[in-house]
Each structure stands twice: as C-alpha cells, then as structure tokens.
Design a binder for this molecule. Structure first.
Ligand code: GDP
Length: 140
C-alpha cells in the first residue's frame, strides 16, 4: 500500500549538518518527498506534536529538546512508506538500532536521535496535518 509519513530532522540533526545526509538516505531508498520546510516549534507546539507522550517521565525534556532549535519537516510517500522510513531510521535507542541506520550511525542519546518518523497510518495522518496544509503538498 502506498503510504504517506511525516519525517522530521530533529534539532540535533539540523544543527550538526545532517539534513542532507538524511535526505540522501531517504531518496536513496526511493521515498518521494511531497513537501518540506524548516520550522522552529514553540514549547506548546512541541507538546501538541508529542501529546501521546504526555505524562511520561521524558515529556518535559523531549518537548524542550524539540523546541530548542530548527527542525526540517517533510511529508514522504512510497510503497509501505511508514515501515520503510522507520527501517531507515532504526530503533529509538541508537544502541539498539541496526547497523547502517540513521540513528545507529548518528544519534548521540536516546533523546537526541536525529530523526522522527510516524509509526502508523493514524499517527501519520495526525502528524502531517499538524505541520502542513493542502496547499503546501507540492509533490502530491
Ligand atoms: P520514536 O517513534 O522511535 O521516535 O520513539 P517514541 O515515540 O517512543 O519517543 C519519541 C521520542 O522521545 C524519541 O524519539 C526520543 O527522542 C524521546 N524518547 C523516547 N524515550 C525516551 C526516554 O526514555 N528518555 C528520553 N529522555 N527521551 C526519550
């Protein structure tokens, strides 16, 4: 099934100059970029994005981190796009991520793990609408 997914190059990835590397990997995998922009979330916007994690011990910390600097957000599309992009990213904790994944190669911390990708069709729908309106989906 052709799926859309929301990708974010997180503040650590942008500040370390890894945006091009992430884009190169996802394009190399054959995922198509339908929309892309650089944003800087407020703390409140980061809380809205990660609202599924509200109440967890790391909620304050991860929303501070996500609002600490610019992110690059993208809508990606491809056959089994959600799973394929998650496979490129690797596990949340980089030490558990497979060799050759973005997180294994570049993450420095469980939180500073360079990239985000939606984990289901439902979350992808919420996350895409959180950042993009229909006019911005240039490639769609
Ligand atoms: P993901 O879908 O692989 O990004 O993982 P989750 O949805 O479970 O968590 C969202 C983000 O919160 C992760 O990518 C990390 O940046 C951060 N995170 C997850 N678990 C922890 C944790 O135990 N401690 C801290 N500090 N951050 C975490």
């Amino acid at each position: 099934m052709i799926e859309r997914t929301l990708s974010i190059v997180k503040p650590d990835g942008v500040s370390r100059g890894l945006t091009g590397t992430v884009i190169g990997r996802l394009e190399g995998e054959g995922l198509k970029i339908l929309a892309m922009k650089m944003i800087r979330m407020t703390k409140a916007q980061a809380k809205g994005f990660y609202k599924v994690h509200e109440g967890k011990p790391f909620f304050e910390s991860v929303t501070d981190f996500m609002s600490s600097g610019p992110c690059v957000v993208m809508i990606l599309e491809g056959e089994e796009g959600i799973r394929r992009y998650r496979n490129l990213m690797g596990a949340t904790y980089y030490k558990e991520a497979e060799a050759g994944t973005i997180r294994r190669d570049f993450a420095t911390d469980i939180e500073k793990n360079v990239v985000h990708g939606s984990d289901s069709v439902e979350t992808a729908g919420y996350e895409i609408n959180y950042f993009f309106n229909a006019l911005e989906v240039a490639g769609g």
